[in-house]
Design a protein around this ligand. Structure first.
Ligand SMILES: [Ca+2]
Ligand SMILES: [Ca+2]
Length: 289
């Protein structure tokens, strides 16, 4: 340890720290100019300044780099966020476009289907309107039905009573040559009408258009339809001598009636016959027999 009035052991070290330039004179109020002064702890020297300067510059550089890095980070961050947001928006828009496209396609398909149904309905409507108009339209005036000479009108048919005798088939052939056929009698009114045309006699017989020649007792009309009912005399048809053709008999007996006047007889027998012609076909002009 040093004593007052004697220089300490470390004086030599402090003496090296003397400011030759007098830069720290203000810190020496009692010092005499030109005398060495012992300074308190006060590092000094060009090396230390340079070291401090380098450190400060390094710190400044680090700080500057940090500032730049942070600035760059926060400058890019919003941009990245914006890009992400933009990408998300684009994905959302794409999804919306996809949904809208699907919706449009579906609506277009439904529209096409509806248009098709509309066309069908319009077609059906036109057909119904045509039918309605047809039902409302007045029926065309029909020309009065007129029968050829010696043919008699009943209903919509003309009837011809022959005055010559033929077999059943020959009578049918004659009728057909005139666009007719042996009479087919469905109603009592028709039967009575024909009966009234026939003259009375001992046994006036007339072929009409019924036969069971194909199957016994299965009577059919000349148009192929089966007989329903009929106006047979009591006990007829009896197929007495292989009788397969029908005829009408009108005698002088007044008690005989139209609705019980049918008989069956062999088809080869010769009788007059009755032709019938429906007048919804072409007009014929047969000659009387
Ligand atoms: Ca028979
Ligand atoms: Ca008979």
């Amino acid at each position: 340890m040093s004593t007052p009035g004697s220089p300490p052991a470390t004086e030599g070290m402090y003496s090296k720290l003397i400011d030759d330039e007098g830069a720290f004179d203000e810190f020496r109020p009692n010092a005499h100019p030109g005398s060495p002064v012992r300074l308190p702890v006060r590092p000094s020297g060009p090396g230390l300044y340079r070291l401090a300067t380098v450190c400060l510059a390094t710190l400044c550089g680090v700080l500057l780099i940090s500032i730049i890095a942070v600035a760059a980070h926060y400058t890019n961050k919003p941009r990245s966020g914006g890009e992400a947001t933009s990408a998300l928006q684009k994905q959302t828009q794409d999804a919306n476009v996809t949904v809208l496209s699907a919706t449009i396609n579906k609506l277009q398909q439904e529209k096409s289907q509806l248009q098709k149904e509309k066309a069908e309905l319009q077609k059906e409507k036109a057909e119904l309107q045509a039918k309605l108009a047809a039902t409302k339209a007045p029926a065309p005036a029909q020309a009065p039905v007129t029968c050829p000479m010696n043919w008699k009108l009943f209903g919509s048919s003309c009837y011809f009573i022959s005055t010559v005798s033929r077999s059943w088939q020959e009578g049918q052939d004659f009728c057909q040559t005139h666009g007719a056929h042996l009479a087919i009698i469905h109603t009592a009114e028709e039967q009575t009408f024909l009966w009234n045309l026939l003259p009375r006699g001992h046994w006036n017989a007339y072929w009409f258009g019924i036969t069971d020649e194909h199957t016994e007792d299965k009577w059919k009309w000349v148009d192929g339809t089966p007989l329903v009912g009929g106006f047979w005399e009591v006990g007829e048809p009896n197929n007495h001598i292989n009788e397969d053709c029908g005829y009408i008999v009108k005698t002088r007996v007044l008690e005989r009636v139209a609705i019980r006047s049918w008989y069956d007889a062999p088809c080869s027998m010769y009788w007059p016959f009755i032709c019938e012609k429906e007048m919804n076909t072409s007009t014929i002009t047969p000659t009387a027999h």
